[in-house]
Design a protein around this ligand. Structure first.
Ligand SMILES: [Zn+2]
Length: 270
């Protein structure tokens, strides 16, 4: 086709072609290398107090709008809390950095981390993990805890906190929209993205690499404790199976819908 063009047209075609390629390469570099590096740099400079206040107000807001007190019986709650503290201790993590919150959230299976180091785990998630233990290995105690699977989920969230994913992700997304809005001249998207759920940890769709990193963190710590990441594989498998069944009536399962699919995650762990 180029042969039918005049010399001048051919020059223009080449200029346009190379401009598009250059823009594509720059865009790719911006997204995959400049933004993550800049986000990490900025996130490190943000004072602790900001993390604290964003995390606290996010939880307050969620308590007002989405959550109610956990309906797990007190013995189970105590057992989970005790085991969480023990986990932090066994792994020599800083106990002041993490706080566990149990909440009821209309049957939704979910766990997520907030910027202040809070980790929220919902009743439905605990119940589903415990149910599989009950059916697979009958237990004397009424409050049998699937300790390892619960630890696996908590460790994934601890991984998000240790790697500072929530703040870095929020900054990364904001920088992306700021760059895009500067290019396209529409600044309104920036305020929208900052106000919406990304800072709350709830509606967040972390990018694939951050999820892989959190899974890898959990897998490494489980291997330290038990010699293998089997508990994470079990937890993921149970939750995905459960969500597939529940999806028929209720499609919105947050923890799972915001995480990459099971095969990809299992592949990442092995
Ligand atoms: Zn995650």
């Amino acid at each position: 086709m180029l042969s039918r063009l005049t010399e001048k047209q051919r020059q223009w075609a080449l200029i346009i072609f190379f401009s598009v390629v250059t823009l594509a390469v720059l865009g790719y570099r911006l997204y995959h290398s400049f933004l993550p590096t800049a986000s990490t740099y900025i996130a490190d400079k943000i004072p602790k107090e900001i993390y604290q206040s964003i995390g606290q107000s996010a939880l307050e807001q969620l308590d007002e709008t989405e959550f109610s007190d956990s309906e797990l019986d007190v013995t189970t709650q105590d057992a989970i809390r005790t085991d969480f503290n023990q986990l932090i201790n066994e792994l020599n993590l800083d106990p002041d950095r993490f706080t566990l919150h149990m909440r009821h959230w209309e049957g939704q299976m979910n766990a997520f981390a907030l910027m202040d180091g809070s980790i929220v785990i919902t009743d439905a998630l605990v119940n589903n993990l415990n149910a599989v233990l009950d059916s697979n290995a009958p237990h004397d105690s009424e409050q049998a805890l699937n300790t390892q699977a619960i630890r696996a989920v908590l460790l994934h969230e601890i991984g998000h906190i240790e790697h500072n994913h929530l703040m870095e992700h929020t900054i990364r997304v904001s920088l992306f929209y700021i760059s895009a809005s500067l290019i396209f001249g529409d600044i309104s998207v920036v305020s929208q993205i900052l106000l919406e759920g990304s800072t709350m940890g709830l509606n967040i769709a972390y990018s694939r690499d951050l999820e892989v990193e959190a899974d890898q963190y959990a897998a490494d710590q489980l291997t330290k404790l038990y010699g293998s990441p089997a508990a994470l594989i079990q937890a993921l498998t149970v939750l995905y199976q459960e969500s597939e069944q529940e999806n028929k009536s209720e499609p919105d399962l947050h923890w799972l819908s915001t995480h990459p699919n099971l095969e990809a995650r299992l592949e990442g762990i092995k």
